[in-house]
Write a protein that binds this ligand. Structure first.
Ligand SMILES: Nc1ncnc2c1ncn2[C@@H]1O[C@H](COP(=O)(O)OP(=O)(O)OP(=O)(O)O)[C@@H](O)[C@H]1O
Ligand SMILES: [Mg+2]
Length: 257
């Protein structure tokens, strides 16, 4: 595995995925740069979620590799690794379905998420350190939940739950965080706030996002990769992507905007 240029945190090399003769992805090749917000967009069934499944080793590709370039460490081949190991390597993923403990407070959910804490029992017997607590509160602040620390997660608004989940990923200090439709079900103000959160957190990690809301993409994207029927249609900044005739024909004209 050769060293790429310093900026690359993830190299996706010619990934193809075949499910029973159907290609969900065909020769997808791109690289994700450190400290950027990188969007994957495209119509339903384009292969976006499948690509995240490949990155986190939930799905094995038919061919191709994904290489992670952690800061100050040797490159790591993610394809072929065990899924649980990917997290310990420094790659976090927030799924579409919220997975917070509704009966615990925001702060307790954060404690459970701390690296090294293996579950509820462990967090009862090993109290988090002062530093951990300071870290939890500064992370909550970054997603705008610092004044909600003592609230039961179950009574948070939909948007706040999503932000808590982002904070639960962040407190583990990932180098890459992956979000599948983080603004789904949100109204305009919450979606906007989510965009601002992504721009804030990219200072410390790389953000890979799938999203359909084009205003949200415009607000937060550094780079956009457009997928269509499992193939890469184009990649560039949002202005170029929106101006592209093919993108307009296959995606924007069909409810993408
Ligand atoms: N495990 C699987 N077995 C068979 N086919 C699958 C599997 N997972 C995904 N597919 C198919 O692969 C294609 C890509 O699916 P994927 O979920 O990656 O699309 P997507 O871009 O995330 O779409 P959406 O915007 O609807 O979430 C779809 O046609 C889907 O039905
Ligand atoms: Mg999807």
């Amino acid at each position: 595995m050769s060293k790429l240029n310093e900026d690359t945190v993830l190299a996706i090399n010619n990934i193809s995925v075949c499910f029973d003769g159907f290609y969900a992805l065909t020769e997808v090749k791109t690289s994700v740069k450190r400290n950027t917000v990188h969007f994957f967009i495209g119509p339903n069934g384009a292969g976006k979620t499948t690509l995240l499944d490949i990155i986190c080793a939930k799905t094995k590709p038919t061919s191709g590799t994904v290489i992670f370039y952690p800061k100050g460490r040797e490159p790591v081949r993610l394809t072929g690794m065990k899924e649980y190991k990917i997290v310990t390597e420094g790659i976090g993923r927030k799924f579409q379905v919220p997975s917070v403990f509704v009966n615990l407070t925001v702060e307790e959910n954060m404690i459970l998420s701390l690296k090294g804490h293996k579950g509820i029992l462990d967090s009862i017997f090993h109290k988090p350190s002062k530093e951990d607590m300071a870290d939890i509160h500064s992370t909550l602040k970054r997603v705008g939940l610092d004044d909600r620390a003592d609230v039961r997660a179950g009574s948070l608004a939909h948007g706040e739950k999503q932000w808590l989940e982002i904070a639960m990923q962040l407190v583990q200090k990932p180098e890459i965080i992956m979000l599948d439709e983080p603004a789904a079900g949100m109204g305009k103000p919450e979606t906007f706030k989510t965009g601002e959160i992504l721009k804030e957190i990219k200072k410390e990690c790389t953000v890979i996002v799938i999203e359909h809301d084009m205003d949200f993409v415009k607000q937060a994207a550094d780079i956009v990769t457009v997928l269509h029927e499992g193939k890469m249609l184009m990649e560039g900044n949002i202005t170029d992507v929106l101006a592209d005739k093919t993108v307009q024909a296959v995606y924007l004209g069909r409810g993408g905007e």
